[in-house]
Design a protein around this ligand. Structure first.
Ligand SMILES: [Zn+2]
Ligand SMILES: [Zn+2]
Length: 283
């Protein structure tokens, strides 16, 4: 019956099933395990083996989302990077320093870092996470961000603030991917998460085809805070992908307008300049 609900007919034929059905099966399995006691979970392991959301290989007990091989294919950000916005310089030589963009137009946030390059398996994982309702990928993606982004002292943050979605987009997606990442990081670091402190007031169609200036105009004035409860505090904005930086910059401007003393940014992935035109991610 469980298999039928997932659209599957026989567990032995997993490798022959199309990716969409595997994704549906994995989602169903994760949801059932969340609400079932330990013993029943073991029965589910036999009936519906845990599989990787990207390659469909079997996962070890207690693992969920991704296998080790897919996780190992995530490409980490390698320096040198801009000491402010985290942009990756094309030459691998030299040390970190300010980029021209941050010298000419300093962003409103103080410091931004990303864990990996938005390409290959990491891009596939994030797209599944956002657009295929694979919410169980929040765990592995947040763990990846926590390990590699260089945020070694999370205790200095008063709260983690997820980049909000407009209610209209939230309804169509079903969840805010940035909030799921923030909740996982908040548990890992024991830092409070502000679920709805920062709010998105206006909604625009997908930004994926817009240039950087167009993105900046599209998000101008799009956010508001509930109150000034974080006056003088240091906050950490959480998002999935850093593309042009326009969205997190406008979020940081808003948080500071409501009194925050400093705003840093952590994203799971970042587009490199070479990839930007073809791989822009919509929010
Ligand atoms: Zn895999
Ligand atoms: Zn920079």
């Amino acid at each position: 019956m469980i298999l039928k609900r997932c659209g599957l007919t026989a567990p032995a034929s997993l490798s022959a099933i199309c990716p969409d059905r595997l994704l549906k099966a994995a989602r169903c399995s994760t949801r059932l395990r969340r609400y079932t006691p330990h013993l029943f979970s073991r029965v589910l392991d036999v009936l519906l083996p845990r599989t990787c959301m990207l390659c469909a290989d079997a996962l070890p007990e207690h693992a969920s989302g991704l296998c080790g091989a897919c996780h190992a294919r995530f490409e980490p950000i390698r320096g040198p990077v801009c000491t402010c916005c985290g942009a990756v310089f094309p030459s691998p030589r030299g040390s970190d320093h300010l980029c021209g963009e941050c010298i000419i137009r300093p962003p409103h946030y103080d410091y931004a870092r990303s864990a990996g390059v938005y390409a290959g398996e990491l891009r596939r994982a994030i797209q599944r996470f956002k657009f295929s309702r694979a919410s169980m990928l929040a765990g592995p993606l947040a763990d990846f961000a926590a390990c590699l982004s260089g945020f070694g002292r999370p205790a200095c943050y008063a709260a983690l603030v997820p980049v909000p979605l407009h209610p209209q987009r939230l309804r169509s997606r079903g969840y805010n991917q940035s909030l799921l990442l923030a909740l996982r990081l908040g548990r890992l670091w024991d830092v409070a998460v502000e679920r709805d402190y920062l709010q998105r007031m206006s909604w625009s169609a997908s930004q994926s085809s817009l240039s950087r200036p167009q993105r900046q105009r599209a998000v101008k004035g799009a956010f508001a805070c509930r109150d000034r409860r974080h006056e003088g505090a240091r906050l950490l904005l959480i998002d999935d992908v850093f593309t042009s930086g326009a969205t997190v910059n406008e979020c940081a401007r808003t948080l500071k307008r409501y009194g925050a003393a400093a705003v840093d940014v952590l994203t799971v992935a970042r587009t490199l300049k070479d990839h930007t035109e073809c791989q822009l991610s919509s929010d």
